[in-house]
Design a protein around this ligand. Sequence first.
Ligand code: APR
Ligand code: ZN
Ligand code: ZN
Length: 364
Amino acid sequence: MVKAAVLWETNNPLVVEEVELDEPQAGEVLVKVGAAGICRSDRHFMHGDAPIALPVVLGHEGAGTVEKVGPGVTSVRPAQQVILTFVPSCGRCKSCVTGKNHLCDNHGATGPNMYDGTTRLHKGDQRIHHMGKTACFAEYSVVPESGCVPIDVAIPMDKAALIGCCVPTGVGAVTSSANVQPGSTVAVVGCGGVGLNVIMGAALVNASKIIAVDIRESQLEFAMKFGATHTVNASDQDPVAQVKALTDGKGADYTFEVFGSADTTKAAYDMAGKSGTVTVVGIAPWGAEAGINAVDMVRNEKTMRGTYYGSTHASVEMPKLVDMYLAGKLNLDDLVVRQYALDDINEAYGDMDKGEVGRGVIMY
Ligand code: APR
Ligand code: ZN
Ligand code: ZN
């Protein structure tokens, strides 16, 4: 039996309770979870804005220690620190063999089940699903071997957890997807856990102006700690006009949407200048459509693309991000501002709704 936070029904609190967790099967690993981040993606499932099979244990931004390995596992061993990835890779599908492991087709097809279509979590006869095959809102998790990335030098669990989602998603959006060039101007719409990592990424590649856009003044002040050079409060004035005013009327070279809505996607599009690149990181409610000016897109040669999980290969990028943290290049120490016990997970999500700055983390 393990303690886990279970989502039984959308728009209801998570229930922290004891559930059964089976032994790891062939190619699977039992991880003792060390920390799990409070990310908005879980919130989308809780609110029903994104579909998922219920009941489910959420939590996709995590790190821990290998407790036990199933038959045939060779890449990790007990006692090793690992970062969890919510898109493990099968290594065989078209996405995996073309280098897009972060979009693994077989992971997509099996969703919140293990690769064999079953679950290791259950309560009596009731199966409980594993969000992202990660399910780290629990003391222990069984994950596919490719769903955990070993790291050589141990780092604090809360920092390691962030390297499971918001750091690669945000930094990767800048370096792997948009490929932001030195000296360019950048605007970031939404400065929560992921947006602050976009800002850090833009600072790492020497963007000239990094404009933080948010509806909360506290987030904007906080963003200055991570490399933002200018701030725009979108709550009372048009953010597009403000970003244009800060870029000599031109609009930014690179813009990022990091909240997840049709309106902020349109705003990110509109505040990009000629030849600008618009990168959509946030996940809008299921079915949302953003109205993009089709003529402007052509005449100004704008590029718009989505990026998932920073468009990075977890097993390659996560160890690099650990090294960057150890080298003082990523300010993850200031990013984690609140720690909670698993019992207080509903309060942790309440704090996110209230707009508390930075990242909250469940510590086990
Ligand atoms: N304009 C600008 N910023 C906004 C707006 C708006 N209209 N509405 C909300 N925000 C800000 C919030 O104030 C908050 O600072 O967006 C930020 C979102 O941050 P978090 O709630 O911490 O969310 P985060 O975990 O960073 O995820 C952002 O990325 O991976 C996806 O699913 C995730 O869609 C989510 C997005
Ligand atoms: Zn996340
Ligand atoms: Zn695959």
